[in-house]
Ligand binder design. Structure first.
Ligand code: AMP
Length: 274
C-alpha cells in the first residue's frame, strides 16, 4: 500500500493506478469502513482510502479536538484490507492559504442533521469535492449509516456534474443491532446496553407504518420509546429517501431516520420503509 501525504506523493501514486474506487473516511476505522473497501474491491477497482478529520464539518461546540485519531492502527487496517493507496492530507493541503471556495448545500441538506449541525453538510460537500478533484475516482463508496450524507453528496455530484459514481453501502451493525460508529467508544457500559434501542425502535416503527398505522402517532411513540431508553431524541422522521423532505404517509422510496443523544454521544440510524 502506498501512503501519500503530499501532492507530489499523491501524483506519483495516482500515476501507477488507473481507475480507482475511493473510500473517504475520518479514520478511527471499524468494520463499517472496511465494508466500504470490500464493496470497492468487489467492483474490481484498486481502492484508495483517505483519512482526514475535516475541521469544516464540525461545529464550534462539537468534538473536533476529541475526535478519535489512531493513524498507525488505521494504516494497518487499510493495508490488511488490501487498499492500494492511503491519502493522508494535512489541513493546509485541504485548505491552503487564500482558500476561497466553499460549497453551500440546500435541498437534502436543509433539515435533520443539517438543521441540528449548521454548516455541517457545506463542510462535507466541500471536502468531498476537493477529495474527488485530488483522487479523480471512478466510483466513491459511502455508508448508508449516514443516509442524509449519501443524498447530499449524490446531489452535489449531480449538480456539479462531477464524473464519479456514488455507491451507497449498507450499514454494518453489532450483533445487537447498534450501527458501528467511531464515536461508540465514548458510550459508558450502561449507555452501550441502551444504545441498540435506537435500531430496535426504528425497526418496530417501520413495521407499524408498513402495517398502516398512522405515521404521526408512530413517530410520536418512537420518540417516547427512545426517551424511555434514556436517550434525548433530536428527530425521528419519515422522509422521502432522496429529497429528505418529511412525508406524512408512506411514499416510495421512504426512509425512517433518527438522531438521539445518549450521554455525550449523538447516535444516528435509519432504515428503509416498505
Ligand atoms: P466517517 O469516518 O465517520 O466519516 O465515515 C466514513 C464513511 O464510513 C462514511 O461513508 C460513513 O457513512 C461510513 N460508515 C460509518 N459507519 C458505518 C457503518 N456502521 N456501516 C457502513 N458504513 C459506515
Amino acid at each position: 500500500m502506498i501512503i501519500a501525504r503530499t501532492f507530489e506523493e499523491l501524483r506519483a501514486a495516482r500515476a501507477t493506478l488507473g481507475s480507482i474506487g475511493f473510500v473517504p473516511t475520518m479514520g478511527a476505522l471499524h468494520e463499517g469502513h472496511l465494508s466500504l473497501i470490500e464493496a470497492a474491491k468487489t467492483a474490481g477497482l484498486p481502492v484508495a482510502a483517505s483519512i482526514f478529520v475535516n475541521p469544516t464539518q464540525f461545529g464550534p461546540r462539537e468534538d473536533f479536538a476529541r475526535y478519535p485519531r489512531d493513524e498507525a492502527g488505521d494504516l494497518a487496517k487499510l493495508e490488511e484490507a488490501g487498499c492500494a493507496l492511503a491519502w493522508l492530507p494535512t489541513a493546509d493541503i485541504m485548505y491552503p492559504p487564500h482558500d476561497s471556495t466553499h460549497i453551500q448545500m440546500a435541498g437534502p441538506a436543509l433539515h435533520w442533521e443539517g438543521a441540528s449541525r449548521p454548516g455541517h453538510f457545506n463542510g462535507v460537500a466541500t471536502v468531498v469535492a476537493k477529495l474527488f478533484g485530488q483522487l479523480r475516482p471512478q466510483a466513491a463508496y459511502f455508508g448508508e449509516k449516514d443516509w442524509q450524507q449519501v443524498q447530499v453528496v449524490s446531489r452535489m455530484v449531480a449538480d456539479l456534474v462531477l464524473p464519479v459514481e456514488i455507491v451507497p453501502v449498507p450499514t454494518v451493525r453489532e450483533a445487537d443491532g447498534l450501527a458501528l460508529s467511531s464515536r461508540n467508544r465514548y458510550l459508558t457500559a450502561e449507555e452501550r446496553r441502551a444504545a441498540p434501542r435506537l435500531y430496535a425502535t426504528l425497526t418496530h416503527a417501520a413495521q407499524e407504518i408498513v402495517a398502516g398505522k398512522e405515521v404521526a402517532a408512530t413517530l410520536h411513540h418512537a420518540r417516547h420509546e427512545l426517551a424511555q431508553a434514556g436517550m434525548v431524541p433530536d428527530y425521528v422522521a419519515l422522509v422521502h429517501a432522496q429529497s429528505l423532505e418529511a412525508v406524512s404517509g408512506l411514499v416510495h422510496p421512504a426512509r425512517l431516520i433518527a438522531a438521539a443523544k445518549l450521554g455525550h454521544v449523538r447516535l444516528l440510524d435509519n432504515l428503509p420503509v416498505g
